[in-house]
Design a protein around this ligand. Sequence first.
Ligand code: ATP
Length: 927
Amino acid sequence: MNADAQREAVYGAPPEMLEVRDDLTPMLSQYADLCEEHDDAVVLFQVGDFYEAFCGAAEAVARTCEVTLTQREDSTGTWPMAGIPIDNAAGYLERLLDAGYRVALAEQVEDAEEASGLVDRAVTQLITPGTVVDEELLDAGRATYLGAVARGGGDAESRDSDAEDDTDTYGLAVVDVSTGECLVTGADRALALEELERLAPAELVVGPDCDLPNLSFDPMETPFEPGAFDADAARETLSAYAPRPDAVVESDAELRAVGAALAYAEYAQGDSKLEYVTRVTRFDPREFLQLDATAIRSLELFESRSARAGSTLFSVLDETACALGRRRLEAWLRRPLVDRDRIEARLDAVDALCDDALARADLRDHLSSVYDLERLVARVSRERADARDLRSLKTTLDRVPEIREALAGTGSDLLADLRDSLDELEDVRDLVGDAVVSDPPQEITEGGVIADGFDAELDDIRGTAEAGREWVSNLEAREQERTGIDSLEVGYNQVHGYYIEVTNPNLDRVPDDYQRRQTLKNSERFYTPELKEREDEILRASDRADALEYDLFCEVRADVATESARIQAVADALADLDVLRTLADVAVANDYARPEFHAGDETGGIRIDAGRHPVVERAQDEFVPNPADLPRGSVALVTGPNMSGKSTYMRQVALVCVLAQVGSFVPAKSARLPVLDRVFTRIGASDDIAGGQSTFMREMSELTEILHNATGDSLVLLDEVGRGTSTADGLAIARAATEFLHDEVGATTLFATHYHDLTDAADDREGVFNLHFTAARRDGEVTFLHSVADGPSSSSYGVEVAQLAGVPASVVARARDLVDETETDAGTADDSDADGVAAANGETDETSEDGTLAAYVDGLENGHGENEHRKQGTAATATTATNATAAAAEPTPELEAVAEALREADLVDTTPLEALNLLSDLKGKLE
Ligand SMILES: Nc1ncnc2c1ncn2[C@@H]1O[C@H](COP(=O)(O)OP(=O)(O)OP(=O)(O)O)[C@@H](O)[C@H]1O
């Protein structure tokens, strides 16, 4: 049984219970019913302070949560049982979710003390990765989406079977059940899938006939009634959230997707409308800079793949003061803009804040005491908010006037608009302020929640209780006087209530109206009829007060819930403000510059003066800024040795563009940019290996994506494309792709390559040019300069990298001889101009054709230092080289062993780091 099947096996009513169904105790019968109704989840059944599971589900819960498996015995049998405490259920629920279970919480929905017979229970909440609302299970900095994908155009039969996949429309909708955010979009299959990857919902319901490939993220796929995807059913669901459902969506597929997403969200929340979903927002993916999952990953926006854990663009930018801002920053980074006006509006706002340190500091200060309003208001609507939540709402609203004040002097249209949309919500604030005490208890059923003066009846009841207590507190003195017993005491305990305590020696002086309550070793406890009456009065009043307080609290909460839309609008503005002030803080702290965009009718390229990589610069003592001047539609071929800075450079150009379109300042002295429609990346030959596809196949399908979809407004980064096959084929593919991108697509392209021969492509196309990174070599030591220069690279420094890695001196010396021989034979030592930096420094410069370690090894394998592609062109030279090598030296046994290990190494899939490890192993072998 696979893991999914194993999980599903414990869903539904336990078969052993069904066998004795009619004989089950009422409680277990209720359990079996609920399991049958919710046969897509583990039902956790509230029994007092615990959630219990039985039979197979109990075993799964015990195993997953590491709790004891016990038994419940009754006349019908012995049932395995496992329970988790309700008070700290979150950690256990998280374990169940992590293990891939879906959980249905069956809670007691009536007061156990008031129930006559069996307590009523119902499933109040389904807990799955996409529907969690519990704060402890949510990531504060990320939206948790549940997604639905639907395919348009009616059912499968009526769809034109000859139609191409991408002519079909797909709809995609996501709902964040914890905040009420609801987004819907539609596009052709490819674009919709790309958007799906970008939104990466934690859970997915998939409509009929949808054809989804393997996704790069791992959502829980939930089977959900196909009927929810019917257009009519979907329209019906959506109409509860939008008065004119067809005006919200633009296609049948979108309607089906958003209808199903909302229906599933409702189902998960106990089949009720989600009042806090106050807006369904439709967007077109083309309204944003399209970054597919590969680009998001390879640009390391949110996840770092290097050893520098945590070093992502997001982590560099994340100076947000509150969770609202953190989630908004994430959303902005995932979807940079393409609308020039909106970008400029954000940039104006950041600019204004950069100039106003005081406003920035004030905003940060106020925003840092802002609670997660979106999730708060959702809890209020779901009737899950407690008194502390309402106070947190008030604390947040108290900050609004101050935030408006801090914005008063800042001159930007966007900031002014945001300031205007900061409704101070005085009515809500005053209501909560008047109703709820300032430091309320966690429980809302045990009193102490509602403030004095809020409700006359409550004040009256409290007055009665208070008067009773005062009477009691004076009783001691009165009774001491009446009885003459100075040691007489009045006390209270939970079990017996109020009492008058008299020590044994004084018992003879006890008046007649004293009635015995309790006998202790040295004393007796009494009560009087009057004391009993007062006690009942106090207790009645407290009970009534508690009940009334609860009712009043629920009324206040419901009143606040009716203002959800207004509160959400404030949350929205606060989130934007926090991101804008964060971007300003980051810009000032890191010396970023405001980017400029080419005017509307200009079609300029990318021009960056002294650009830096925002993440790498943080990890370096000294980062070398580099310029970029990439005319629109040009292809820059970037060569240079391993470790010289090619990837960093290419990524930094892309990151500057992405940041600019987010509305952020950029790490550069200045930048003049086009508005890009997409950024494509194909980076690293051994990256992103998807199951079932060879590295090369994967590489080629990504290349295909790019060649098909890039436009003249796109930026394309290619790193070592073609390396996964033979040199001749790889070079040919790289060359053809370069020509196609230049001639047909017109996308601005940066292409890092070790194929030196590719650099010739610059000779016959004006828009193709060479850039290179170089290193300085002095006394056999190599230093990477990390600065970009015009023209192709001429030196590989592969031997120096080997030396840096600790390859034995004899091997390094031999390799150097081989390189020298190759260069002499090939007569290619004409590169002094190309490596201008090194030459200008008076350093020697050496050349090889191909900078990869693979090429170096190829040379060894062939018994000479020649490369395959070079051999093809100059057979005569190759012969000479072979002779020269043969004459040079007899290989020693150590070298033979090294050569053998190298022969066996699969260099196609070898990363530079692995290569260094390999070299270190070889060194070990020789030693
Ligand atoms: N401009 C720079 N200033 C300072 N250090 C840099 C710069 N660019 C890169 N580096 C440093 O050099 C290291 C290697 O850079 P990078 O990975 O870009 O090289 P590469 O040429 O792409 O190498 P490979 O061909 O092996 O992939 C980086 O991790 C960084 O530490």
